[in-house]
Design a protein around this ligand. Structure first.
Ligand SMILES: Nc1ncnc2c1ncn2[C@@H]1O[C@H](COP(=O)(O)OP(=O)(O)OC[C@H]2O[C@@H]([n+]3cccc(C(=O)O)c3)[C@H](O)[C@@H]2O)[C@@H](O)[C@H]1O
Ligand SMILES: Nc1ncnc2c1ncn2[C@@H]1O[C@H](COP(=O)(O)OP(=O)(O)OP(=O)(O)O)[C@@H](O)[C@H]1O
Ligand SMILES: [Mg+2]
Length: 246
């Protein structure tokens, strides 16, 4: 794994250099995936890496954890609070749709959540533009395969260094990089609503998804869930769908 870390660090440098840019930025949530990416970009670009902490109606514990990640790798960081921006944007959508009687209460939670992820993406690109940086994503193999990310939100990035690593491997990498153990052990959450955890929302576990990806046997129930999630999220792993040339 140490060798893979070294290769990833070099790969990050190569990508930034071939883009003719200066460094890299990542959103730091306080979870393990972004902790690992923060450590990797800090190693790749000691003086040209940046972590953005972007609370958006978030649990204050996430900020504490994000600051622990910053401290563990020494990356430069900025805090940009998106709560007001979200209120303004999503509030305007809600007001208009309510005014015409077409607001779906049932779909509101997901719409609200995905808007947070897309506001973070927009913020990362605004900051990346300022410094001449690339935006680095945090999706791992399990999230990529199941489509467990917001299209053009946390999925809207320039580089995806962790895409071939299972959640277990990301944790292993975290240990070698010096991510605090409590961040490594924390239950994965998108933090998009109170009490959300990835595993309760997906209906299966990262352990099962990792095993599936490694070709190991898993219960039929879990296999079916994973295959359904994969099939339904095909569109997220593609460029926008175009018609044939008429
Ligand atoms: N077949 C198709 N062909 C082309 N486009 C299609 C499509 N089906 C839906 N779409 C489009 O895609 C949209 C649905 O995709 P999307 O907007 O992503 O929304 P969706 O996949 O419904 O929700 C995102 C999921 O990712 C989770 N998430 C988000 C962010 C971070 C994390 C985390 O782990 O931190 C997890 C979140 O909790 C939720 O379960 C539709 O509104 C539609 O516009
Ligand atoms: N409050 C936040 N501030 C900055 N970035 C955030 C915030 N919340 C989410 N993000 C970004 O969205 C990404 C997707 O979140 P995700 O939950 O998949 O990863 P994680 O929090 O790093 O790890 P875990 O999956 O274990 O919770 C994060 O890695 C991070 O880059
Ligand atoms: Mg998280």
């Amino acid at each position: 794994m140490q060798e893979k870390i070294d290769k990833l660090v070099q790969w990050l440098r190569d990508q930034v250099s071939s883009a003719g840019l200066n460094g890299a930025v990542v959103g730091i949530s306080g979870g393990i995936d972004s902790a690992v990416v923060a450590h990797l970009i800090k190693r790749a670009f000691p003086d040209d890496s940046l972590g953005l902490i972007m609370p958006c109606k978030s649990n204050p514990k996430d900020m504490e954890d994000a600051l622990k990640v910053v401290k563990s790798c020494g990356i430069r960081h900025l805090v940009i609070d998106l709560t007001e921006a979200h209120r303004t944007l999503f509030g305007a959508v809600e007001a208009e749709l309510k005014a015409i009687g077409e607001w779906s209460e049932e779909r509101a939670r997901l719409g609200d959540a995905n808007t947070r992820a897309r506001l973070r993406m927009t913020t990362l690109y605004a900051v990346a533009n300022n410094y001449g940086y690339l935006v680095v994503g945090t999706d791992n193999a399990a999230e990529w395969h199941t489509g467990y990310f917001t299209k053009y939100g946390d999925g809207g990035v320039d580089l995806v260094p962790l895409i071939h690593f299972t959640k277990g491997e990301v944790r292993e990498m975290g240990r070698l990089l010096g991510v605090p153990e409590e961040i490594i052990k924390k239950a994965p959450s998108a933090g998009l609503w109170e009490g959300q955890t990835d595993e309760s929302e997906m209906g299966t576990t990262y352990e099962m998804i990792d095993k599936y990806l490694k070709g190991e046997d898993i219960p039929e129930r879990d296999r079916k869930i994973i295959e359904r999630l994969h099939e339904r999220s095909h569109h997220k792993r593609q460029l926008a769908i175009a018609p044939p040339k008429f």
